[in-house]
Each structure stands twice: as structure tokens, then as C-alpha cells.
Design a protein around this ligand. Structure first.
Ligand SMILES: *[C@@H]1O[C@H](CO)[C@@H](O)[C@H](O)[C@H]1NC(C)=O
Ligand SMILES: *[C@@H]1O[C@H](CO)[C@@H](O)[C@H](O)[C@H]1NC(C)=O
Length: 518
């Protein structure tokens, strides 16, 4: 008996011991999950954001034009091989803009600049989930195109394809038969916006390739410097020189691109003349300090404010103390204060579901781009031991900014009233009728310009998954209509995938950002 009782006691004690270990393990797991979200410098990798990043990155492969190398998208093939031939330039590479087959230089260059920025700040985190190499390859696919698009100092090709004719076709890029006219800016038809954005793309990419391909990096920097001079000395908007772009990618001004390009050129060249540009007369004229706007393919100011706030955070001191430099940091802070939902200057442009919502066309662009800036700024704060952000009388922590960024990313990935992911290929419910020609037509059928329309009109889901496409997004009421003809909500774009890649890279883990611009 006693023996049994003793045994029972012993086994009870043992059970208790096991139970305590189990509880300990559970508690540890909970803490781990929690810290993964809220504590920095742990180096813990978020599986969710890592998986989403791997998916988002694939959209660049979906959008590639030209003779493909190591193509991983089974339904894609070579296309647009003769682009540029009519004027003796090779514009076959680059990426299609969205669901169509236009190559618009203004948003394409912005895609490259944002992708470079993401690589520079968060390349280490991309590497952890094996996305650094694909990111650099996609970036180079665009910069190779941009190099060829800039054959002489004062001449830049800014578009391939006729948008009116292109939009009257529904075909696969591999089977395109429509003419592909090209357009350029030069001193008699200036385009400071598109030329400066292209300079920004090349300057930032020159930093990305500095350690792996010095020759290419130098080539990009020299193109960037030339393009900046061309943009600056021949001031004018490309939308005025080439009015047909107004209906597609209208530029509402070029001052923001000049500052954005000069900022990137300062980082890439360390030439003080660019610093003087952004802090001098042109900065005062164009920077629109402390007036938050929305970062986008058209408006580079919030991006410039955040990018230059780096210099205030990390120096060197003589640079941080340049007159007006602190205005960029103050402006970046004003942007952050407008994004934080609990700040007294919070923007009211939000849905009930918590998404920043500014425009019904491609509604995800502003929340995702803003969240990318917020995660950057939060990492600048952490890396510089800046504990607080003051917004009028309230103060916020870097973790508040990071939580805001996560809230926007989580909304995109399925934490939303529709309970669906807006990133195609992620999760188990995502749009099936993405407005994308290549995805909507089976790879083994031949279509011409017009007979492909039956695939636009088909009631069947897309036969090909446009993996990584970030669709336009929900309505103000957090609704989404999954219809192939709904280009307002259902059309993806390469530039919106670029900002998403930036955001997700920042959320994969925590980076020591100041190292990134060496
Ligand atoms: C393009 O932008 C300019 C400058 O802001 C504006 O005046 C013009 O109305 C815009 N065009 C279109 C079609 O929106
Ligand atoms: C698609 O939308 C356009 C513009 O709203 C409309 O003109 C066209 O008839 C629609 N096509 C189909 C198949 O619904």
C-alpha cells in the first residue's frame, strides 16, 4: 500500500514536474511570439512577413520584359524583344507597368529607387529569407533598361508603347503585335521629374551594387549625375512636354524629384554640392517642410524627408548641423505624427478597418508606402537611441510606429473585414480575377490584340496566378469586388509591389539601419 501511495506520490510529483516544464515551454513560446512583435534587436525572424516577402518579390519576375534569364514563372516567356529598335536603342528589358504592356519610365524608375532603398536598409533581412539576390536581380533588370534609355547626356527615353493602342488590346506580352513607339525627353521637350527620378534610381542602385559590381556601380553613378544636371538645367515637367502621359502618370511637379535625386546623389557620391542643393534655395523652394503629404510615384517629398532625416540621426555632425538639415527631420516627424492613429495630428483618412485610405484608385498604395516610411523611421529612432517622437503634446515610442506599420501590413495580408489577403498567392483567400492580361490568358493559347478579350470577359478565375501582385485595394467601406474588369480595385502595379517589398523587408526582423549606407 504505502509503496503504492509512495509511487502515486512520486508519479504525482513527476506529473507536476512535467506540467511545470510544459507550462514553462508554453510561457516561453508566448513570450517569444510577443517579443517577436514588440522587442527589437532580438534577431528573431517573423515567418509571416518572411513568407509574404518571398511571395511579393515574385511579382517582379511576372512583370519582366525582354529575353528572360532563369525565368521562374512558368506562364511567362520572352517578349518585347524589339522595343527601341526603331531608334537604335535596346529597350527590351525593364518591367511592364501593371496589368497591361506599357513601359512607363516615371513609375518604373520609382520602382527601382524604392527597391534600392529597401535593399540598402534591409538587405540583411532579405538575405535571411534568401531574397537579397532576387531583389538585386530584379533591380538590375530595371537599371539595365534605364542605362540604355539614356544614350546621350541630354536625352532620356521615358516610355515604350502607345497607351491608347495598348489599352485597346487584351493579349499576352509574348504574343503582342501592336506597334511599340518610344517617347523621349530632351532640352527642347524637358522632363525634370522623370529625368530626376531616373537619376534617383541610378544613384541609389549604384550604392546597392557598390560592393558586388563596382564597375556597374560607377556606370550608374555617372548616368545619375548626368541626368540630374539635365533635369536641373532644363527645368520643366514631362507632362507638359509630352501631354499624352497626363492621363496615365501625370506629374504634378518636378521640385520633389529634384530634391529626391539630389539626396540619393549625395549618399552615392558624397559630393557636397548635392547637400547644398537640398538645404539651400532649392530646398527652401521645393521641400514643403512640415506639411505631410502621401509618398507615391508622383510625390517624393515624404520619402525625401525621411531619407534626409537619416543625416540628422546618424551624422556626420558637420552634415547634421548644416542649416535647414533639421527641417527634413522635423518634416519626417510631421509625416509620422499624421500616420499614428492616436496622435492629435492623425490623418482622418482611414477606413473603419484601420487602413489608411486616400484614393479609390489603387487604394493600397498610400497605406503601404506610408507604412514603409514608418518602419524606416522607427528603425532610425531605435538605431540612434532616440526614445521618443513628440507629436504636439503627446509622445510616442518607436514601437508605436512599428505597430502602425504592422497594422497596415496585417490588413494587406488578411486581417481585414473581407478576411482576405490582397497579396496574390498569400494565404488561402486572395483575389482570383486580378486585372492582368498575362495572368488571365492560358499560356498555351495564341491570341491577337482583339480576340483575347474573351479572356477578360470569361467568368472563370485567372488560369495563371500573378504571384506577388498587390491588387489596387479595398473601397473606403473596406469592400473588395473580385472582378477582372474592376481595374480600379483589381489591377496590380510594379511600383506598389516595390513599396510592399520595402515594408515587408523592414518587418522580417530588426536591422541595424545605420550600417546600410556604408
Ligand atoms: C496634371 O498635373 C498638373 C499639375 O498639377 C495639373 O495642372 C493638371 O491638371 C494635371 N492633369 C490631369 C489630367 O490630371
Ligand atoms: C469593363 O469596364 C469598362 C469600363 O467600365 C466597360 O466599358 C466594359 O464594358 C466592361 N467590360 C465588361 C466585359 O464588363
Amino acid at each position: 500500500m504505502t509503496g503504492k501511495i509512495g509511487e502515486r506520490k512520486k508519479s504525482r510529483g513527476f506529473l507536476l514536474f512535467i506540467l511545470m516544464i510544459a507550462l514553462g515551454v508554453v510561457a516561453f513560446a508566448v513570450v517569444l511570439t510577443y517579443t517577436k512583435k514588440f522587442v527589437y534587436g532580438t534577431g528573431i525572424v517573423s515567418k509571416k512577413y518572411g513568407d509574404a516577402l518571398k511571395i511579393a518579390m515574385q511579382f517582379f519576375d511576372v512583370q519582366k520584359s525582354g529575353k528572360l534569364e532563369n525565368n521562374k514563372i512558368i506562364w511567362r516567356g520572352d517578349s518585347a524583344l524589339n522595343d527601341g529598335n526603331e531608334e537604335g536603342v535596346d529597350l527590351s528589358k525593364g518591367m511592364y507597368d501593371a496589368g497591361d504592356h506599357m513601359k512607363f519610365g516615371f513609375p518604373m524608375a520609382f520602382t527601382a529607387t524604392v527597391l534600392s532603398w529597401a535593399i540598402l536598409e534591409y538587405g540583411d533581412q532579405m538575405e535571411v529569407v534568401d531574397q537579397l539576390q532576387p531583389a538585386k536581380e530584379s533591380l538590375k533588370w530595371i537599371t539595365d533598361y534605364l542605362v540604355n534609355a539614356h544614350p546621350t547626356s541630354n536625352e532620356l527615353y521615358i516610355q515604350v508603347g502607345d497607351p491608347v493602342k495598348d489599352h485597346k488590346c487584351w493579349d499576352r506580352p509574348e504574343d503582342m503585335t501592336e506597334k511599340r513607339p518610344i517617347k523621349k525627353v530632351n532640352p527642347s521637350a524637358p522632363g525634370s521629374d522623370v529625368a530626376a527620378e531616373t537619376a534617383a534610381a541610378m544613384a541609389s542602385a549604384s550604392l546597392v551594387f557598390k560592393s558586388s559590381n563596382l564597375k556597374y556601380s560607377k556606370l550608374l553613378l555617372s548616368h545619375a549625375e548626368d541626368l540630374f544636371s539635365f533635369a536641373n538645367e532644363n527645368r520643366g515637367s514631362y507632362s507638359e512636354s509630352i501631354p499624352e502621359v497626363e492621363d496615365y502618370y501625370n506629374s504634378t511637379g518636378f521640385g520633389d524629384e529634384l530634391l529626391w535625386a539630389a539626396s540619393w546623389l549625395y549618399y552615392a557620391s558624397k559630393d557636397r554640392k548635392y547637400l547644398e542643393f537640398v538645404t539651400g534655395e532649392d530646398g527652401e523652394k521645393f521641400a514643403n517642410w512640415e506639411t505631410p503629404t502621401w509618398f507615391s510615384w508622383d510625390d517624393k517629398l515624404p520619402g525625401t524627408h525621411v531619407l534626409l532625416s537619416r543625416l540628422s540621426f546618424f551624422g556626420p555632425e558637420v552634415v547634421a548641423e548644416t542649416e535647414n538639415m533639421d527641417m527634413y527631420r522635423k518634416s519626417a516627424e510631421a509625416v509620422m505624427c499624421s500616420l499614428l492613429p492616436d496622435s492629435s495630428s492623425a490623418t482622418s483618412s482611414r477606413t473603419k478597418g484601420g487602413l489608411i485610405w486616400v484614393s479609390k484608385w489603387h487604394s493600397l498604395q498610400q497605406p503601404v508606402a506610408s507604412a514603409f516610411l514608418a518602419v524606416l523611421f522607427s528603425d532610425y529612432m531605435i538605431s540612434s537611441d532616440t526614445s521618443k517622437l513628440e507629436c504636439n503634446s503627446d509622445s510616442f515610442l518607436p514601437s508605436d510606429l512599428r505597430m502602425f506599420a504592422m497594422s497596415q501590413a496585417d490588413y494587406v495580408l488578411g486581417d481585414n473585414p473581407m478576411k482576405m489577403s490582397y497579396l496574390v498567392g498569400y494565404g488561402n483567400k486572395y483575389p482570383q480575377y486580378v486585372h492582368h492580361r498575362g495572368a488571365s490568358i492560358p499560356a498555351n493559347v495564341k491570341t491577337g490584340c482583339k480576340d483575347g478579350y474573351k479572356w477578360l470577359e470569361s467568368k472563370e478565375p485567372n488560369p495563371n496566378v500573378a504571384t506577388g501582385a498587390l491588387v489596387g485595394g479595398p473601397s473606403k467601406a473596406d469592400n473588395y469586388i473580385d472582378s477582372r474588369n474592376n481595374s480600379m480595385q483589381g489591377e496590380p502595379s510594379t511600383y506598389n509591389t516595390a513599396v510592399l517589398v520595402g515594408l515587408l523587408s523592414g518587418l522580417v526582423s530588426v536591422s541595424s539601419v545605420p550600417k546600410s549606407f556604408k
